[in-house]
Write a protein that binds this ligand. Structure first.
Ligand SMILES: *Cc1c(COP(=O)(O)O)cnc(C)c1O
Length: 412
């Protein structure tokens, strides 16, 4: 039996998230339905900023309550607090769908909005929740952070909520990016730029991430010298920003005091200084020109390859019994009976994973929602994004198999 140690440890780690490639821009057929087709659309710097803007548009303010799924990303909660509102957590079913009875039980006159998430890219049926919100005059924020593309039956993602939000960083090879969309209301907001330092950082970080994984070698060679000058440039940009006493850039808006939002560096922080800021030009160009059909087709193919490779492995099963038609997966989520030894083995092998829900908002435990606690403990998700090469996928499948067998051997 092959073991993890057969994989050379000097191997370059495979990309956890999509990195830039030339293939991303080759024409690839008819664009699939996407949040990005909504009649009203604003590109901002992150999904969490879009949540804050959606809650503001719904008039959420001090004294209001927002219902949030107990299974969540902790980045979903600070935008609620930013509005001065209270987050109350509702239960989800074992398959991550919203528990409508629990939502109904938690309704009181302070509830102003409900957030509903299409977890891992599988669109849920939001019609019953939409009807409940309509009956009670409550706003619905459709969280499509995992679900930028897709349909469920005839319903396109993003069309059920009063507002929907996306996290373009999770699907496109970009450093920053989220979107706020609506099929139901005009978007009455004007965005301002994030500043020259942010624009430069967004472009360079995207390129460097690609270079770090061996992508775009020709461009890398061409840029070797400019990139070596980058540190010097940063120091100058930072020094200039520090020297400007009132922090006011030419366009009159107060400058965000950090060069780029923390949301681009994989934390859960919410920085209101990035409210109403436009996504970087680099990110908007990538979103404009990358072939969307390729993203959807390859993510589905890679998901199905992982599903097939893991079939029959001991001690685990895919969270979803099948990949529905019309879904574009974010990652491939797997439930492990005894996750910790498997997780340790995966870390030793440098397999990129997402343990979505392992960290929940303080106080959200099994007494609030047993299913969320169980998902958070047992779920390990693997990348299935469009930029995994055939060799990387073969290695990934083998490494997951090794880790699952090693974990099951510990359990036995
Ligand atoms: C990532 C995520 C967000 C926030 O998106 P960012 O772009 O990281 O701010 C919101 N909801 C869910 C479910 C997420 O996973």
């Amino acid at each position: 039996m092959p073991s993890i140690t057969d994989h050379p440890s000097t191997r370059r780690a495979i990309p956890a998230v999509p990195v830039l490639s030339l293939a991303a821009f080759r024409p690839a057929g008819k664009a699939p339905p996407s949040l990005l087709d909504a009649p009203a659309l604003r590109h901002v710097t992150s999904g969490r900023i879009a949540i804050g803007m959606a809650l503001r548009a719904l008039g959420v303010g001090p004294g209001d309550t927002v219902l949030v799924p107990a299974y969540h990303s902790p980045s979903m909660v600070p935008p609620v607090h930013w509005r001065g509102a209270r987050a109350v957590f509702y239960r989800v079913h074992p398959d991550t769908t919203a528990d409508l009875d629990d939502i109904a039980a938690k309704l009181d006159p302070t509830v102003k909005a409900v957030m509903a998430t299409h977890f891992f890219g599988i669109p849920q049926d939001l019609a019953p929740l939409r009807a409940l919100c309509d009956r009670h005059g409550i706003g619905l924020v459709e969280d499509c952070a995992h679900c930028l593309f897709g349909t469920r039956g005839p319903v396109a993602v993003g069309s059920s909520g009063d507002y929907a939000i996306g996290s373009s960083m999770k699907f496109f090879p970009v450093y920053d990016g989220g979107c706020l969309v609506s099929h139901r209301h005009p978007l009455d907001v004007r965005l301002q730029g994030g500043g020259a330092g942010f624009e430069a950082k967004a472009a360079l970080n995207t390129l460097e991430a690609a270079f770090a994984h061996g992508r775009l070698p020709v461009l890398r060679a061409a840029l070797a010298l400019p990139l070596r000058l980058k540190e010097a440039l940063w120091n100058r940009v930072k020094a200039r920003r520090g020297a400007r006493a009132d922090g006011t850039p030419a366009d009159g808006a107060p400058a965000p005091s950090t060069l780029a939002p923390a949301s681009s560096d994989s934390g859960f922080d919410f920085d209101p200084r990035w409210m109403d800021r436009r996504a970087s030009l680099f990110a908007r160009l990538v979103l404009r020109f990358a072939a969307r059909a390729r993203i959807v087709a390859l993510r589905r193919r890679h998901y199905l390859q992982l599903e097939q490779a893991l079939a029959g492995l001991p001690g685990c099963r895919p969270l979803f019994p099948a990949l529905p038609d019309g879904a574009c997966p974010w990652v491939f989520p797997v439930l492990f009976d005894d996750p910790e030894p498997v997780f340790a083995a995966l870390q030793r092998a440098r397999v990129p994973v997402v343990r979505f829900g392992a960290v929940l908002w303080p106080g959200v435990d099994a007494s609030v929602c047993p299913n969320s606690a169980d998902l958070g403990r047992r779920l390990i998700a693997f990348p299935c994004h469009q930029e995994l090469s055939a060799a990387e996928r073969t290695w990934l499948c083998a490494a997951i198999g090794d880790a699952a067998r090693a974990g099951a051997a510990v359990a036995a």
